[in-house]
Design a binder for this molecule. Structure first.
Ligand code: XUL
Ligand code: CO
Length: 439
């Protein structure tokens, strides 16, 4: 086992059960435990986000780095990237996660020229590939960072400058190449700066067409090279741009349909992006799921008192259980997973905090999985929901939905049948039942 950067953790984090008071043990996540017909690991497919966990420095808009990581000490960018990769796989192994995700610029530095950046990515990609082989940890998804470089200040695929769009396309090509090379099971597009600030300088229609073209070219390239991973789009309403073109699940699905791209993409739903859009996490999940498009999840949480993307580790059992119900009801995430797009707070400066953050997130999802599976097995809500719509099973309800009656027919029926008998929706009782499973 790799053992250099996290000497405080000598063995992989173990499952010790609910009675354990060891803060470095799992109390619920027992990867081989069967839940329904799959193990916990198969259900949850946990992934570490390279950018926050390995590259995060604790900076905020009022101050620079607060973390000093042993793997970021070298002044030579390539050495630093190599040490970071080794530290990353040590952490993955010790945590017992099976997947990780990265942006191209997380694993390899940006060079002085485009070509140099590509060379760096290839070189570090080879190292990462050998670390994957050594540890068995796999790539859930790769993506391109199309937001840090100042070139992208006015967008990447939606830039008003065609040279910038070309640059972004070329960068994505390389990011897809490395994702394929590393056996990535998905490739993610998050809009980054694909959005706008003001109509005074923006042709929204044109930028949306550019974005569609950009995605279409990626789809064509995927086919050309035989990359079989799933393409995913990650909706987010704002930040960095005021208006992002892929602002939430429904908007993104509409955009994909409108531009003939719907068959080539699924969605990667992030909890904090959902709340930024004024939706609950489970709302975004169900919108994607009923369209057959829930592909993967960025598992984190926001803070209801703060209006930005705080990317905290998920610890809210209520919300996570709701999420797991949606995921179980669609029979899992397929090639997707639960990626902790989450960062420890600026004040959590000890590398051990990275373990506490992930352990908490993994345990919350494991517990949420157990509770959700039990509620599904007991048919607590499905029975109530089926009953609630039972008036459509026969009579006028069935006739309306089957298109067998006209408005005139319905009018005659209403005149003959009088007023409906109403039934309680029983929300409070159901919330109590939900809580009784959680407690
Ligand atoms: C930004 C965000 C990204 C994507 C990948 O809010 O969530 O890190 O997950 O580009
Ligand atoms: Co994300």
């Amino acid at each position: 086992m790799l053992n250099r950067y996290f000497p405080q953790i000598q063995n992989p984090v173990r499952f010790e059960g609910n009675e354990s008071r060891n803060p470095l043990a799992f109390r619920y996540y027992d990867k081989n435990q069967k839940v329904g017909d799959k193990t916990m690991a198969e259900h949850l497919r946990f992934s570490v986000a390279y950018w926050h966990t390995m590259r995060g420095e604790g900076a905020d808009i009022f101050g620079g780095a607060s973390f000093q990581r042993d793997w970021r000490r070298s002044s030579k960018p390539l050495d630093c990237a190599k040490e970071t990769a080794e530290a990353a796989f040590e952490l993955f192994q010790k945590l017992g996660v099976e997947y990780y995700c990265f942006h191209d610029r997380d694993i390899a530095p940006e060079g002085d020229t485009f070509s140099q950046s590509c060379d760096y990515l290839k070189e570090i990609g080879a190292l990462v590939k050998s670390l994957q082989r050594e540890t068995g940890v796999k790539l859930l998804w790769g993506t391109a960072n199309l937001f840090s470089n100042p070139l992208f200040a006015q967008g990447a695929g939606t830039s008003p400058n065609a040279h910038v769009m070309a640059w972004a396309l070329a960068q994505v090509k390389n990011a897809i190449d490395i994702t394929k090379e590393l056996g990535g099971e998905n490739y993610v597009f998050w809009g980054g700066r694909e959005g706008y600030e003001t109509l005074l300088n923006t042709n929204v229609k044109r930028e949306q067409e550019q974005f569609a073209r950009f995605l279409r070219m990626a789809v064509d390239y995927k086919k050309e090279i035989g990359f079989t991973g799933q393409f995913l789009i990650e909706p987010k309403p704002c930040e960095p741009m005021k208006h992002q073109y892929d602002s939430d699940a429904a908007t993104t699905l509409y955009f994909l349909k409108e531009h003939g791209l719907i068959d080539h993409f699924k969605l990667n739903i992030e909890a904090n992006h959902a709340t930024l859009a004024g939706n609950s996490f489970e709302h975004e999940l169900i919108v994607a799921s009923i369209a057959g498009k829930l592909g993967s999840v960025d598992a984190n949480r926001g803070d209801s008192l703060l209006g930005w993307d705080t990317d905290q580790f998920p610890t809210d059992l209520y919300s996570v259980t709701m999420a797991m119900m949606v995921i179980l009801n669609q029979n899992g995430l397929g090639t997707g997973g639960l990626n902790f797009d989450a960062k420890v707070r600026r004040s959590s400066i000890d590398p051990l905090d990275l373990f506490y953050g992930h352990i908490g997130g993994m345990d919350t999802f494991a517990r949420g999985l157990l509770v959700a599976q039990k509620m599904i097995d007991d048919k607590v809500f499905s029975g109530v929901i089926d009953d609630r719509y039972s008036s459509y099973g026969s009579g006028i309800g069935a006739q309306i939905m089957a298109g067998k009656v006209t408005m005139k027919d319905v009018e005659a029926w209403v005149r003959a049948n009088g007023a409906p008998t109403m039934q309680s929706a029983r929300q409070e009782m159901l919330e109590n039942i939900f809580n009784s499973y959680i407690f």
